[in-house]
Design a protein around this ligand. Structure first.
Ligand SMILES: *[C@@H]1O[C@H](CO)[C@@H](O)[C@H](O)[C@H]1NC(C)=O
Ligand SMILES: *[C@@H]1O[C@H](CO)[C@@H](O)[C@H](O)[C@H]1NC(C)=O
Ligand SMILES: *[C@@H]1O[C@H](CO)[C@@H](O)[C@H](O)[C@H]1NC(C)=O
Ligand SMILES: *[C@@H]1O[C@H](CO)[C@@H](O)[C@H](O)[C@H]1NC(C)=O
Ligand SMILES: *[C@@H]1O[C@H](CO)[C@@H](O)[C@H](O)[C@H]1NC(C)=O
Ligand SMILES: *[C@@H]1O[C@H](CO)[C@@H](O)[C@H](O)[C@H]1NC(C)=O
Ligand SMILES: *[C@@H]1O[C@H](CO)[C@@H](O)[C@H](O)[C@H]1NC(C)=O
Ligand SMILES: *[C@@H]1O[C@H](CO)[C@@H](O)[C@H](O)[C@H]1NC(C)=O
Ligand SMILES: *[C@@H]1O[C@H](CO)[C@@H](O)[C@H](O)[C@H]1NC(C)=O
Ligand SMILES: *[C@@H]1O[C@H](CO)[C@@H](O)[C@H](O)[C@H]1NC(C)=O
Ligand SMILES: *[C@@H]1O[C@H](CO)[C@@H](O)[C@H](O)[C@H]1NC(C)=O
Ligand SMILES: *[C@@H]1O[C@H](CO)[C@@H](O)[C@H](O)[C@H]1NC(C)=O
Length: 841
């Protein structure tokens, strides 16, 4: 079957509806996500939801968590003063200009930062303050204020859960940024030649570095190992002089505090004496730890690129190795320098790698491992575990040390890698185009390489609050974002919007022992938080042991029904309160509202057929009535024909069921009539009435009009639209055919002579087929179609001919014929032959 146009339209509309509902589904889900939240903090932790803490007196039972944008129809409008809908907020609190962008640094900002730096130094102690003021003087000519390589310095951010906020951070390497280089050298015997070389190369190293930055400081330290067996021989003579021309062994010694006088460096290196030890690994970790944490003694400047060159030709001892020498106290990561010697060398163990990493990270120091070929593999692995560390291969006599340091410094200073200390649910992602500023998309990277002094790198930071901290943990967090190996950073003062003010004492929406909560709870953000003994919307119910022992809950015992109170009531304090029906005739009853008196079977449009009462869903029938809907009359007095003298139930042709005769069937058919009084083959009355009905209604049949008037006086048929025999009313149907037409009528016997007859207005005749018209129509259609085809053919050939003719005309016009001459014409030629001539000379 081909679909009708209306069906197609329906399908189309249906598809459109589906599509629209898909579109709406999203906003609908959002709305729902809010509505399901019943506490203010839960609501606020759901994106795009707002909370209304209007008192229940005016707000009622409406959902308090809603979506302010869009969901207006769904929730009752909240009075604006009671709406809590916090938004993400961002403000830059400190922003100093990048030094590379010009020296016009804001006076206030510079002053503040200088103060902070001064305070940091002040805490360092007397020895340090001297060096600080000295270093301050040393670069006072180049820039009066401190250098700024990253901006902004501090931002304030308020963020809602499961939302993120992006902002930009710029980094640019400043020209002549201070550099501190501390050279930490293994001075075991095997390094003697290296030491000699370094003392020669000291000035060259300084020069090379000074070419890169004007503000450069150099320091020197050395280490051997713990002066304990088995690291060092404790034979007294060996202790004094482990080898020829050797000095006594020591853990770590700071020879030269960071200094701008580079001649001193060479001097100190030359004067330092090598020493000897027993085992191959050295105590380098002890030395690194001290060099890193003793900021004052070493003279590290706060705002400087700090390089620590660690030069050795052997491995290292690490945490746990101290046990070999009986040292079990773990390394405390503090500074223990006395007279430039490490005083705790034989008291505490070596530090672990992660301990070192932590301290190096805190001090923002770049460690450069300058090691010989034999050891480079080990140190390449070590640098992976230390932030900002790098490694380079040292030749056997350290002759390439200058080149190595230069290369590593260049690599370090032309790279920026952003890190942060965000914890818990806060995640920071970094995006940058690095130098590729023309690129359309930024990469998800925290690292940019190969840029030069003054080139600005832009990072986009995306702060995402994955989840709120656990209850009780602080919602404020300061996050430090810093370039690895630099002590400058961006501080993010993050305020997580995870709770509502009205949940805390002091707010208008907060009241303890509130009368709104029957005095048994705390009123918070418009809802009651009840004490342990009470439940309910207003804490009006006792609960648990204190509650009514009889309470069986709002479900029948053992019931698996999920709805409380059978779905027809509300559970209040463990008791069902049944709903009221609009119709006063309908009531719900029962302990669990399980009964009602309106959902019984109906008969004839009435509950219990009007012959009973509805009790708990079941009909209770009146006497003499039975059946689910009390529809069945149990007595037989209605089954006796009223007029007959010999009274038999259903005239002897049927049974009495529910007070109604069910007639029997025999070979001829079924008995009919209210009392089964009409036999199946009783057609005599139909045959008797038929001619009269036909002539009176339709003027057909055996009687003409005159005989009709004469013979059919005892009834006049009634005209009806729909014919139906109501047997209960003693009406009987008659049907037959007359002249190919079907007639049908019903009659009812009134008395011995009179009848009431009903018949439809028209006879049912088969529709007449106009055969001649049909044949003519077909012929006409065939002829017309032929004509159409002929016309079409004629049209096509005409067009074709015209085209051909036009082409011919065109060609004719193009041809350049001499019109005076006929092209086919050829001039006549005459040939003469002399018959006598035979070619003889
Ligand atoms: C942003 O921070 C600045 C500096 O702390 C402050 O003056 C300003 O009022 C803040 N702006 C907002 C909107 O809080
Ligand atoms: C080294 O620093 C001192 C002050 O601490 C300064 O007077 C001197 O000029 C500096 N020397 C060099 C070579 O920069
Ligand atoms: C020890 O040092 C002295 C002077 O510094 C030197 O002359 C001597 O050759 C050295 N001995 C060895 C074995 O290196
Ligand atoms: C992003 O990374 C790809 C591959 O690592 C690189 O080809 C592309 O240049 C980078 N884009 C930018 C803007 O840095
Ligand atoms: C968090 O910081 C904001 C302003 O920065 C302050 O008002 C609030 O009291 C702080 N909260 C806590 C728990 O410290
Ligand atoms: C990150 O580091 C800064 C400064 O060191 C500190 O104040 C802050 O508490 C740290 N933040 C976290 C989350 O550890
Ligand atoms: C418990 O139920 C019994 C009978 O149903 C009743 O007599 C008694 O008062 C009820 N107790 C309470 C505390 O309601
Ligand atoms: C249902 O019960 C109520 C109160 O008992 C009564 O007024 C009403 O007539 C009853 N309705 C039916 C249909 O029985
Ligand atoms: C309630 O029942 C009475 C008598 O049964 C009837 O007259 C009345 O119309 C009914 N009311 C409704 C609202 O059905
Ligand atoms: C039930 O039928 C019997 C017999 O027909 C009759 O006596 C009795 O009155 C009837 N009861 C009612 C309530 O109609
Ligand atoms: C009806 O059928 C019965 C049995 O076949 C026959 O005896 C009786 O005469 C028939 N009655 C009429 C009116 O045809
Ligand atoms: C039959 O009923 C009609 C009218 O209903 C009446 O005129 C006629 O006299 C009655 N005939 C007999 C025999 O009762």
């Amino acid at each position: 079957m081909t679909p009708k146009p209306t069906q197609l339209v329906q399908i189309f509309l249906w598809i459109v509806c589906l599509y629209i509902s898909q579109l709406k589904a999203d906003t609908y889900l959002n709305k729902n996500r809010c509505i399901s939240k019943t506490r203010c903090d839960e609501c606020i932790q759901t994106p795009s939801c707002a909370w209304c803490y209007e008192p229940a007196e005016t707000f009622g039972d409406h959902p308090r968590c809603y979506q302010p944008a869009g969901g207006k129809q769904l929730h009752k409008q909240c009075a604006p003063e009671y709406e809590y809908f916090p938004n993400n907020f961002f403000n830059v609190t400190i922003k100093k200009r990048l030094t590379s962008e010009g020296l016009a640094v804001g006076g206030g900002g510079g002053g503040f930062a200088g103060g902070a730096a001064g305070a940091a130094w002040g805490a360092g102690g007397a020895a340090a303050s001297g060096s600080a003021s000295a270093s301050g003087g040393s670069f006072s000519q180049s820039s009066s204020a401190e250098m700024v390589q990253i901006t902004p310095q501090r931002v304030h951010l308020k963020l809602r859960a499961r939302e993120s906020y992006s902002f930009h951070v710029q980094y640019a390497q400043a020209e002549d940024y201070p550099v501190d280089l501390y050279y930490l050298m293994d001075l075991s015997k095997s390094m003697e030649d290296d030491k000699d070389k370094l003392s020669v190369l000291g000035n060259k190293l300084a020069e090379t570095m000074q070419a890169m930055t004007k503000d450069f400081k150099l320091g020197f330290g050395s280490f051997v190992d713990k002066v304990v067996m088995p690291y060092v021989s404790t034979v007294p003579s060996k202790l004094r002089r482990p080898c020829t021309n050797c000095t006594a062994p020591y853990g770590y010694k700071n020879h030269l505090t960071l200094n701008n006088d580079t001649t001193k460096f060479s001097e100190m290196v030359r004067s330092a004496k090598v020493s000897g030890n027993l085992d191959a690994p050295e105590g380098g970790f002890d030395a690194i730890m001290q060099a890193v944490v003793c900021t004052q003694q070493i003279g590290w400047r706060d705002k400087a690129r700090k390089l620590l060159v660690f030069s050795t030709d052997d491995g290292f001892h690490y945490a746990g190795d101290g046990k070999l020498g009986g040292i079990i106290r773990p390394n405390d990561g503090r500074c223990h320098l006395q007279d430039n010697y490490y005083s705790y060398s034989s008291i505490q163990d070596y530090p672990s790698i992660s301990q070192l990493n932590l301290k190096i990270k805190q001090q923002a120091i770049n460690v450069i491992f300058a090691v010989t070929e034999k050891q480079i593999g080990v140190y390449n692995k070590l640098k992976e575990h230390i932030e900002g560390a790098s490694s380079g291969m040292l030749s056997d006599d350290s002759s390439n040390v200058v080149e190595l340091v230069r290369k590593q410094y260049e690599a370090i200073s032309s790279t920026v890698e952003m890190r942060d200390n965000a914890t818990g649910g806060v995640v920071i992602k970094y995006y940058s185009k690095c130098l590729n500023t023309g690129a359309e998309l930024e990469n998800n990277t925290n690292m940019c390489e190969n840029f030069k002094v003054g080139e600005r790198i832009d990072f986009r930071l995306e702060v995402f609050l994955k989840e709120c901290p656990e209850k009780g943990k602080s919602l404020n967090q300061t996050i430090q974002v810093y370039p690895v190996g630099l002590s400058e950073s961006v501080f993010i003062d993050l305020e997580m919007l995870c709770s509502c003010p009205c949940e805390k004492p002091g707010d208008v929406g907060y009241e303890e022992h509130s009368p709104r909560c029957s005095g048994f709870g705390t009123y918070k953000c418009g809802i009651c938080e009840c004490d342990k003994l009470h439940t309910g919307r207003k804490c009006e119910c006792l609960q648990g042991a204190a509650a009514n022992k009889n309470a069986t809950g709002c479900r029948p015992p053992g019931s698996t029904d999920t709805a409380e109170c059978s779905g027809k009531g509300t559970c209040i304090c463990d008791r069902c309160e049944c709903d009221q029906r609009e119709n006063a005739n309908e009531t719900i009853s029962g302990f669990w509202c399980e009964c009602d008196n309106y959902s019984c079977y109906r008969h004839g449009g009435e509950i219990c057929g009007g012959h009973g009462t509805c009790e708990c869903g079941k009909c209770q029938c009146l006497p003499n009535w039975s059946g689910d809907a009390c529809e069945c009359y149990t007595e037989t007095d209605t089954c006796y024909p009223p007029h007959k003298k010999d009274k038999k139930i259903c005239d002897g042709h049927g049974q009495c069921k529910c007070g109604v005769c069910q007639c029997d069937t025999n070979e001829q058919g079924k008995y009919t009539g209210r009392y089964c009084e009409r036999c199946p083959n009783c057609t005599e009355t139909c045959d008797e009435l038929k001619p009269c009905v036909l002539c009176q209604m339709y003027h057909v049949g055996p009687y003409n009009d005159n005989t009709c008037v004469e013979k059919c006086g005892n009834f006049t048929p009634e005209e009806v639209e729909v014919i139906r025999a109501d047997e209960q009313n003693d009406e009987f149907p008659c049907a037959g055919s007359e002249n190919h037409c079907r007639y049908v009528f019903v009659y009812k016997k009134l008395n011995e002579t009179h009848y009431a007859v009903k018949a439809p207005k028209e006879l049912e005749c088969p529709p007449k087929v106009f055969i001649l018209g049909l044949v003519l129509g077909v012929i006409a259609a065939v002829v017309l179609m032929g004509l159409a085809i002929l016309l079409l053919w004629k049209l096509l050939t005409t067009i074709h001919d015209r085209r051909e003719f036009a082409k011919f005309e065109k060609e004719r016009m193009m041809a350049k014929w001499d019109t005076g001459e006929n092209p086919i014409y050829k001039q006549a030629t005459s040939t003469f032959k002399n018959p006598t001539y035979a070619g003889k000379g």
